[in-house]
Each structure stands twice: as structure tokens, then as C-alpha cells.
Ligand binder design. Structure first.
Ligand code: HEM
Length: 480
């Protein structure tokens, strides 16, 4: 084995040499009200490919710059190697469609995702394609359909209103927008999953740490994910125990108080049968699904909430339009009220276009195949980045411009270059959940508060999800 790989494996990622300065470029800000940062390439060449580790330093060091540089090459696709394995980068909507939908049997669940199972267990997200996954999907999908999540809406509204109260009592000073969003997203998710919220500040820090560690280890060979040789590995193992304790404690508590079981996801799982059998789910299976849903639905939604507020603060015209809509509707009392929030929904859709929380998806060629005429060898990974696709000028008019109206009028998104929730058989189960939660969050903020513009658009941090920095602050002012 190469001496380089164990060196990376045992090191905290932060200790890796900083190769990235070689190909970083500046991201000048423009003052035009409607402009997102436009990158200008100082080093037009691709970052260097190193022996054995390939483009790993580029991808792990600064993934967004790496993707931007690929986008700017304008090639129909791009190939590189990562730890000796070929990686095909899809760059067009047709390639996304072919890989994720049309040839979903050729391009399946990748070994890289199996890494995740060691952290989050064997819930649906980490279950490889096949009959067992399909049965799970059939079991869980109906609970997350557009109308089925109606029972969750009241939780979203309660949390959104408590956010507004919290903001009101803190309005003298600017608040960390991502802290607010993470707090809100975790409370919403916990309320819907098992009707409980936890006021432990450590939980957020633990999750952020998990995301940072897993985000880097995700790309590395399997054995690194669970390695406890480094401090981050030991921290990860502690975090996993924390998650186990949390999940098992809510399961035990619910079983002890069966009579008063609320209508939540935990009750649904406790009353479900193991796919294809008459057996109730084991506690371990229930733990796995709960943890999976926390992983799939927490940070992703928190990122959407944060970026939406950051963008709204910088686009006061859309803030006013969203407020006018919220004032006209008044309160979110029913599914129909949520349905009326067309402007807020458009703002959220545009936020997901520019800052897709899941900035990368991976598939693996199960057989020798082709993507839009280019041969892809069995075993190769395919990298599909909604971030890369959704900012392409060839697919979107003024791609870097924040323009929610495009989701109301011109229908560009229908052209298919828009996959924030994935595509094909494994597309997101929680898309309606996330959008409804985000509508409630934005609704009660824009209705009740003015937001000072965030002076500088923060650069996104590509961990497992595409996050704003924790120190991005927003100053709210209650409207009288
Ligand atoms: C803005 C928020 C969210 C975004 C952007 C998002 C995005 C995605 C994407 C892109 C995938 C597909 C990954 C792939 O194909 O490799 C996915 C899968 C999934 N998402 Fe979401 N998600 C969000 C929120 C949620 C929420 C709130 C839940 C649940 C409460 C959820 C549950 C899931 C599950 C279970 C899967 C795996 C489905 C399967 O493997 O069959 N997501 N999500």
C-alpha cells in the first residue's frame, strides 16, 4: 500500500499539506444589488493531479473551487482519479438524467456511501440498492408524501413562532444565522420524529463536528471512516455513542408510555413491519432509521434556512415581496395556507439552486456502461454536483443572479438542470417536509422582522452539506 494513504488516514484532515493555494482564485464581490459573487479565474489551469492520491488534495481542500474550475473548463464532462479510482464528473443535465434516472440500474449505490453506514447505521440512506432497499422505500415513502406530512405542519409553525420570540428577545445584537437555523431545524425534526426537543447546546456542536469529520472521511478508503487513530476519529466514535444513547432513550421511553403515543414518525416505525415479513422492526432497525432521518434532514434543511435568510437580507426587494405575501395570508393554519406561499417557495427554490445543501451525489458504475455516449468503466465513480449544474450559464439565464421570479414565471427550472433533491429512484424522501418547514421558518421571520443586509456574502463551506460559516451574523428588527 502506498505510504501516502496511511499518512492521510491517520492525520486529522487539517494536517494535510495545503496544496490548494496553487489553484485558488479570488471571488470579487460586485455591488450590484442583484449579483451573487462571480468568480474570476486567476489560474485557468486545472489543479494538479498528484500520483496515487490524484485530485484528492483539490477535492478535499477546496471542493467548491475545484468544481468551479471544472465548470469553467466548459467540457462536456471531466474525468480524474481519486485514490487510484476513476471519477467521471457529470456536467450536463442530460448526463444527470441518464445517470440518475434512465440508467439507474447501471449506476448504483456507490461504495463511498457504504462508508456512511459505519456512522449512521443501516437505515434507508445507507442501504445499497436492491430488494431490501426497495421494500424500505415503499414502507417509508408514503409517510413523507405531500399530504402525509400535514400532521407535521403544526410542529413547523410552533417552532417557527418560537424562533420569532427568541429573535425578538435578542434583537439588540446580531445573531449567528446558522446557529438559529440549526436550532430551528433540529427542533422541527425532533418534534416530527419523536415529539421531543432537547435544549442541549452541545448537540449542535456535536453534529457540526460529525459533519466536518465525515465530510472529509467520506472520500477516503472505507477503513478510514472508522479509524480511531486520530483525535477526530476518537471524537467521531464518541459522537456515535451520543446518537445511540439519544435514539435508544426515546425508543425506551415511548415503549414505556405506549398509551399516550403521539402521531409521529417513531410511532409509525413502532407500528411497522420489517419489509417483506410480519415481524415488528427491531429496536436497532428503528434506531438506524431515526439516525438516518436526522442525518438526511437536519443539516440539509438548516443550510436552506440559513442561505435563504442571508440572500433575503441582501435582496430587500424580495424580502418586501415575501413580507407582503405573509401579511396577506396572516397565519399558517392549514395545508392550504402553506400552498398559498408562492413567493416564499420561489425564494426557497432559488436558494436551493444557488446553494444546494447536497452539493454532491455519487454513483458507481455497476457494469461497463456509457453516459451520453462517453464510456464509463465498471467500478468508476460518477460525481454529480447540483452546485456545478445549477450555476451553469448554458442551463440558466444569468446563472449567478439571485432571481426567485424565474421559479414563478419563465419555467427554466422545468428544463431539468435543477436537482437539489436528487433525481430517479433514490431522490429525497423529505423534499416536501423540508420545503414546508422552510416556508414556516421564513414566513414568521419576514412577517415580523426587518433584516439588515449581510454586508459580505459568505463563501460556502462544503462539509457534508454546503454551509455558511457559523460567524455569519444577521441583525433583525421587530416590525411594530
Ligand atoms: C433542503 C433539505 C434537503 C435536501 C436539499 C435534500 C437532498 C437530498 C438529496 C440530493 C438526496 C439524494 C442523494 C443521492 O441520490 O445520492 C436525498 C436523499 C434522502 N433524503 Fe433528503 N434532502 C433534504 C431534506 C430531507 C429531509 C427533511 C428528510 C427527512 C425528514 C430527508 C430524507 C432523505 C432520505 C431518507 C433520503 C434517501 C432516500 C433513499 O436513499 O432512498 N431529506 N436528499
Amino acid at each position: 500500500m502506498s505510504p501516502l494513504i496511511p499518512a492521510i488516514a491517520s492525520a486529522d484532515y487539517q494536517l494535510l499539506p495545503k496544496f490548494t493555494h496553487k489553484f485558488k482564485w479570488s471571488m470579487p464581490m460586485t455591488n450590484a444589488a442583484n449579483q451573487i459573487n462571480q468568480s474570476s479565474i486567476l489560474f485557468p489551469k486545472m489543479p494538479r493531479e498528484y500520483p496515487l492520491v490524484g485530485y484528492a488534495p483539490a477535492l478535499l481542500g477546496d471542493p467548491i473551487s475545484f468544481l468551479d474550475s471544472i465548470g469553467r473548463l466548459g467540457n462536456s464532462h471531466f474525468e480524474f482519479s481519486l485514490f487510484g479510482k476513476p471519477m467521471f464528473v457529470a456536467t450536463s443535465k442530460d448526463q444527470f438524467n441518464e445517470c440518475l434516472l434512465v440508467k439507474s440500474k447501471d449506476f448504483g449505490f456507490p461504495d463511498l456511501y457504504k462508508n456512511m453506514a459505519t456512522v449512521i447505521g443501516n437505515g434507508i440512506t445507507a442501504t445499497p440498492d436492491g430488494p431490501y432497499w426497495k421494500k424500505k422505500r415503499l414502507l417509508l415513502q408514503p409517510r413523507f408524501g405531500q399530504r402525509s406530512i400535514e400532521s407535521f405542519l403544526k410542529h413547523f409553525v410552533t417552532i417557527a413562532k418560537s424562533n420569532a420570540l427568541k429573535i425578538k428577545s435578542n434583537q439588540a445584537t446580531p445573531m449567528s444565522v446558522h446557529q438559529l437555523a440549526m436550532d430551528s431545524a433540529l427542533k422541527s425534526l425532533f418534534s416530527c420524529l419523536f415529539s421531543k426537543t432537547f435544549d442541549q447546546p452541545n448537540v449542535f456542536e456535536d453534529f457540526r463536528d460529525i459533519s466536518a469529520i465525515v465530510g472529509k472521511r467520506f472520500w477516503m478508503p472505507n477503513f478510514i471512516m472508522t479509524s480511531k487513530l486520530s483525535p477526530s476519529g476518537r471524537r467521531l466514535s464518541k459522537h456515535i455513542s451520543m446518537l445511540d444513547d439519544l435514539a435508544y432513550s426515546v425508543i425506551d421511553e415511548r415503549i414505556a408510555n405506549k398509551e399516550e403515543a403521539p402521531e409521529d414518525f417513531l410511532s409509525f416505525l413502532l407500528n411497522s413491519k420489517e419489509p417483506g415479513t410480519e415481524n415488528a422492526l427491531t429496536h436497532e432497525q428503528i434506531r438506524d432509521e431515526l439516525i438516518n432521518f436526522i442525518f438526511a434532514g437536519y443539516e440539509t434543511t438548516a443550510c436552506l434556512l440559513s442561505w435563504a435568510l442571508i440572500l433575503l437580507s441582501r435582496h430587500q426587494d424580495y424580502l418586501s415581496l415575501a413580507r407582503a405575501e405573509a401579511l396577506r395570508i396572516g397565519e399558517l393554519n392549514s395545508f392550504a395556507d402553506f400552498e398559498q406561499c408562492k413567493m416564499i417557495k420561489a425564494i426557497l427554490s432559488e436558494t436551493l439552486r444557488l446553494y444546494p445543501p447536497v452539493w454532491v451525489m455519487i454513483r458507481q458504475a455497476m457494469v461497463d456502461s456509457e453516459i451520453c455516449g462517453t464510456k464509463v468503466k465498471k467500478g468508476s465513480n460518477v460525481l454529480l454536483s447540483p452546485y456545478l449544474l445549477q450555476r451553469q450559464e448554458s442551463a440558466w439565464t444569468n446563472a449567478n443572479e439571485f432571481n426567485p421570479s424565474r421559479f414563478l414565471t419563465d419555467g427554466t427550472h422545468k428544463a431539468g438542470a435543477y436537482y437539489p433533491f436528487g433525481h430517479g429512484p433514490r431522490h429525497c424522501l423529505g423534499n416536501h417536509f423540508a420545503m414546508s418547514e422552510a416556508i414556516a421558518f421564513v414566513f414568521y421571520i419576514v412577517r415580523d422582522f426587518d433584516i439588515d443586509p449581510v454586508a459580505k456574502l459568505p463563501a460556502p463551506q462544503a462539509l457534508i452539506t454546503l454551509q455558511p460559516p457559523m460567524d455569519t451574523k444577521i441583525h433583525f428588527h421587530a416590525l411594530s
